[in-house]
Design a protein around this ligand. Structure first.
Ligand code: HEM
Length: 436
């Protein structure tokens, strides 16, 4: 550890306190009190603070959110891979406890979302993941390519002559939503209802909504789960060629391995895991490449650089900057004792800029050789199942935009806004313009 500062003292204090206490050690040192991803300046740019954490407080307890925060690459990776000692059960539990009214809204809305993938542990996770991999095959993912290309081209056709666009609202937010809806088999006319129902799940799980808002979000999410369950029943009666029908085929009426509620929970997980994450990756990609103009010019001149650029953007400005685990027993991470039952917040975004792993980590380098070692898709048995699809969408989007609108620039004077939450990072709006 380097020279002392407020954070360094806090880290040392954490170590000593944690060693001397069992259960929930409560610390309120500098790292704990200054760590606040919900608010500016960390909300829009957490990276300077992440750099301090890696250096001065690589593992500390943040009382405010009741999580132990881990920021160095090797520590984050090790926890992600160690399913024996760390559970994934807490990954999508609301970080802000549910109020009674929100709990009631879920119950009244017929909420029965079961631990499906991301928040399930072995052995159930292994069983479900195997079934899903059979249905979510490389062929099915590749089969989405013409649909994505057609959507991109018709969107650019619509706004090309305007000389400007708000890219999130006019294209990037809808594209991954429509891809997932098509994949799962939801009819197009249900798209608005589904997007509304699933909206702001991020705030519900990873934000700090006030009671009234939490209750409204709970009702919307319960409604969205009902639509997932209805689709399962519909496909049970009339199978087609979508992922839902395929999951029902894989299930082969074996309720033990895949119940109908579990399939509906998988659909729910897919939509929520695959929409905002990817929309934000697309938004972050456009913003970063236009900010680093030389990188934008490079991909125009040599489109074969685009897949590498996508990896580097996942490293440099990921749409998922943190993920969670829970210690199953007393553990020690980088010399800090973490008690059994402790919740961990793994800062993927901080790990991705760790100088021990990446040279010049604060530089965007679209030809970086080891960019693909980023942890933005997690690691180990839970590694993201949609990574190939997300990267395909990003590649096609950058190909289409750089080919058809090479003169695109970020509109001057705009400020990018982000949803106040601890895990998901992507712009709400992105205004761009180009010469016509
Ligand atoms: C840029 C886009 C995406 C990012 C950054 C991302 C990130 C992640 C992360 C961090 C995890 C947790 C991994 C762990 O616990 O080790 C995860 C899991 C998961 N993701 Fe993604 N994801 C993205 C896109 C998608 C898409 C498009 C889909 C679906 C079509 C998807 C489906 C899933 C599923 C099902 C899991 C749970 C896997 C399991 O627990 O076995 N993701 N993702």
């Amino acid at each position: 550890m380097q020279a002392t500062s407020g954070l360094a003292e806090c880290a040392g204090y954490t170590t000593r306190m944690a060693a001397a206490t069992s259960g929930n050690a409560t610390l309120s040192g500098a790292a704990g009190s200054q760590f606040d991803l919900f608010r500016e300046p960390q909300l829009s740019n957490p990276y300077p603070f992440f750099e301090r954490l890696r250096r001065e407080a690589p593992v500390f307890y943040a009382e405010d959110i009741d999580h132990w925060v881990v920021s160095r690459y090797q520590d984050v990776k090790q926890v992600l891979r160690d399913y024996e000692n760390y559970s994934a059960q807490n990954t999508i539990t609301p970080i802000h406890p549910l109020c009674d009214a929100a709990r009631q809204a879920l119950e009244d809305g017929g909420w029965n979302v079961l631990p499906a993938l991301g928040n399930a542990d072995r052995p159930q996770h292994t069983r479900t993941r195997k079934s899903v991999i059979k249905a979510f095959s490389p062929r099915r993912i590749a089969g989405m390519q013409p649909y994505v290309s057609a959507m991109l081209n018709s969107a650019v056709d619509r706004f090309e002559q305007d000389g400007k666009a708000e890219l999130m609202g006019q294209l990037l937010f809808d594209l991954p939503a429509l891809v997932i809806l098509k994949l799962l088999g939801f009819p197009d006319e249900q798209a608005p209802a589904i997007k509304e129902g699933a909206k702001n799940r991020i705030l519900f799980v990873w934000g700090r909504p006030a009671d009234e808002e939490q209750t409204r979000l709970a009702a919307g999410l319960a409604g969205f789960f009902r639509l997932c369950r209805e689709l399962v029943d519909e496909r049970l009666a009339r199978p087609t060629d979508d992922l839902t029908s395929e999951l029902l085929r894989v299930r082969a009426e074996d309720d033990e391995s895949l119940s109908l509620d579990l399939i509906a929970s998988i659909l729910f997980a897919f939509f929520t895991a695959g929409h905002e994450t990817t929309a934000s990756l697309l938004g972050n990609s456009v913003i970063q490449l236009l900010r680093h103009r030389e990188a934008w010019e490079k991909i125009i001149a040599e489109p074969a650089l685009i897949p590498g650029a996508v990896q580097e953007i996942l490293r440099y400005d990921s749409s998922v900057i943190s993920w969670r685990r829970k210690a199953k027993r007393d553990m020690e991470i980088a010399g800090v004792k973490v008690p059994a039952g402790a919740q961990l917040l793994l800062l993927l975004g901080a790990a991705n800029r760790d100088g021990e792993m990446f040279d010049d980590p604060e530089q965007l380098d679209i030809t970086r050789r080891n960019a693909g070692r980023h942890l933005s898709f997690g690691d180990g048995v839970h590694r993201c199942l949609g990574a190939t699809l997300a990267q395909m969408e990003a590649k096609l989007t950058l190909e289409a935009l750089s080919r058809r609108l090479p003169g695109m620039r970020l509109a001057a004077g705009q400020r990018f806004d982000y949803l106040p939450n601890i895990s998901f990072h992507g712009p709400r709006e992105a205004h761009v313009e180009w010469p016509v």
